[in-house]
Structure formats: C-alpha cells, structure tokens
Design a protein around this ligand. Structure first.
Ligand SMILES: Nc1ncnc2c1ncn2[C@@H]1O[C@H](COP(=O)(O)OP(=O)(O)O)[C@@H](O)[C@H]1O
Ligand SMILES: [Mg+2]
Length: 291
C-alpha cells in the first residue's frame, strides 16, 4: 500500500502549500501525478521503479525531492517531462494528459549537456534558435542570463575552457532561455564542490524569485533540499512512493549562508531526516542481502 504522511507546518512562499489543501485548489496545480507506477523490463528482468505515486506540484513552487539512490526519482522526472508514458496511472500537465515530450518543461540533468563545438553564448541561444527567435532577441536574452549568473566576458568561450561550476551555470541558464513554465533539475549541483554549490544555489534562488518558474529539483543532499524548497518530498526505497511531504516554514528571501543555524531549518531537517534515514537503511539492507 502507498503510504504518505504530511507534516503540518505553516508554509511560506506560495499558496496552497499544505498537502491537505492540494485537492481544494486545482487551478494552480501545474503537474499532477496520479497513482503512477512504472516498471522497466530489460533482458527478462522486471524492475518496479515506481509504485502508486501521487503528487501535485503548484504554480511557481520550488519543490525538492530526496530519496535513496535507485528509488525512482529520475524515472519520475522522465515521466513528468513525458519521455515515456507511465506503466500505470497518469501524469497531467495543467489538467491535460501528457502525450509525448512536454515543450513547456525545461530539463537540467547532472550530466553536462553543453555542445562542445558551440560557444557559451551559442549554447544558451540554441533553444531559442530552434524556436525561430530573431537573432537580436536571442542575443539580448543570452546576454542577460550570462550576466545574471556572473559569467560576463565568457560568452565567446567554449565549454572546455570553462570550469565545472561555470558549465553547470550555463546548463541552468540554457534551460531558462526559452522561458519554460516548469524546470526539472536532476541533481544539478551533484558533482560540484561545497562552495561552488552554495554560490549556485543562491543564484538559482535569485533567478527563481525573479522569473517565478515552477522548479522540481532532485538532490541527494537533504540540507540543500530544505534550504531551497517550499516543500520537500521524501521518497521511499524502491519501488518509489511519496513517503513524506513537508513545507519549509522559512521566509524568503533566504540567506543560504546562514540558514543552517536557523531553528526552523534544523527542525525541518531533523523531521525529514528521520523519514529519509529509514528508507536509506532499507536500501542498504536489500543491497547487502544475497539475491
Ligand atoms: N531505462 C531503464 N531501464 C531499466 N531499468 C531502469 C531504467 N531507468 C531506471 N531503471 C531502474 O529503475 C530504478 C529507479 O531508477 P532511477 O529512477 O534512476 O532512480 P534514482 O534517480 O532515484 O536513483 C533503478 O532500479 C534503476 O536501475
Ligand atoms: Mg537519479
């Protein structure tokens, strides 16, 4: 059976935060995941990646997802963007069932997807070229985004001339370039060092506050999940289900350099860690046990 628990804390940031109120205000629901299950079949092996997953994501919300490795987080994102349909249940986008890849959704993965033969500027403008945006407008948007994340002067550099942190910034602003309504981010800061992450987290929050997108963000770092989110979702060990949803009652704008000392941060972190730890341990036990 799917079990989910909700921690009733007052929410900040956007309306209709409490999980209980999710169904009472459908108009601001952007993505609705309804009893979604997913099974992968490869070489005679059957992997139940997701089971009876229900989740609603609201307009302009910053939602973060944590869960043990292999619990189905990336699968959930692939289903949201519409790369393949779920085995059971449905994914709705503004009330409509998804058919194929959703162009209103931008996707930033952990992998570095910049084109090595294009300059930073040309990488960022690429999605705009595909949409036939005139050159002058493309340039204006790319210049603006490059400036917003402090990459001024690097527009003509090629990916191999940039650091890992710079490339990941470029990946993020490229996903923002054509102004998707929703941005999915799958562990975007995973490979970066702690200081670079902190800087990028700050820049992401600033961009989010300015552009007011809906962001769904997967991370393996619970501190990052709490610091960034309006709501944090904990998924269970595979087969993944939504286990806990907790609003983060810290007002915005947030100071990410000091947020770890905030009592509300600590309290939310502790409650979520209890939920997550149980799942991480389950995963470890099944990993150790012989097949
Ligand atoms: N394309 C695929 N084919 C077969 N199995 C897959 C595929 N993608 C993911 N899986 C399996 O589904 C489960 C969930 O994977 P994933 O969604 O990547 O987890 P997470 O992102 O939480 O680490 C894992 O057991 C993984 O091996
Ligand atoms: Mg993953």
């Amino acid at each position: 059976m799917a079990q989910s628990s909700a921690i009733a804390l007052p929410a900040s940031g956007s309306p209709a935060q409490s999980p209980q109120s999710q169904d009472t205000s459908p108009s601001d629901v952007v993505v609705s995941i309804k009893r979604v299950g997913h099974v992968f079949r490869t070489k005679g092996r059957r992997v139940q990646a997701l089971l009876e997953t229900d989740l609603q994501i609201h307009d302009r919300e910053f939602l973060t997802i944590v869960g043990p490795s292999g619990c189905g987080k990336s699968t959930l994102m692939n289903l949201i963007v519409g790369l393949f349909p779920p085995s059971t249940g449905e994914v709705l986008y503004r009330g409509q069932r998804q058919t194929g890849v959703n162009r209103s959704i931008g996707y930033v993965t952990q992998a570095d997807n910049l084109y090595p033969w294009r300059s930073l500027r040309k990488n960022i403008e690429f999605p705009l070229e595909l949409r036939g945006v005139p050159a002058r407008e493309r340039r204006k948007r790319s210049e603006y985004l490059i400036h917003r994340v402090g990459l001024d002067g690097f527009g003509d550099s090629y990916p191999h001339e940039l650091s890992g942190g710079m490339r990941q910034r470029a990946n993020i602003i490229r996903s923002l370039a054509y102004e998707p309504e929703v941005i999915l981010m799958d562990e975007p800061f995973g490979p970066l060092d702690a200081q670079t992450r902190l800087i990028l987290q700050n820049q992401l929050l600033e961009l989010w506050q300015e552009e007011r997108k809906t962001i769904i963000f997967i991370t393996h770092d619970l501190g990052e999940a709490v610091a960034l989110a309006d709501r944090v979702v904990v998924m269970s060990a595979r087969p993944g289900r939504i286990k806990t949803i907790a609003p983060v009652p810290i007002p915005r704008p947030r100071n990410l350099f000091e947020i770890h000392t905030d009592d509300r941060f600590r309290e939310t972190y502790r409650t979520l860690w209890e939920s997550l730890e149980e799942e991480v341990k389950k995963g470890a036990v099944s990993w150790q046990s012989p097949k």
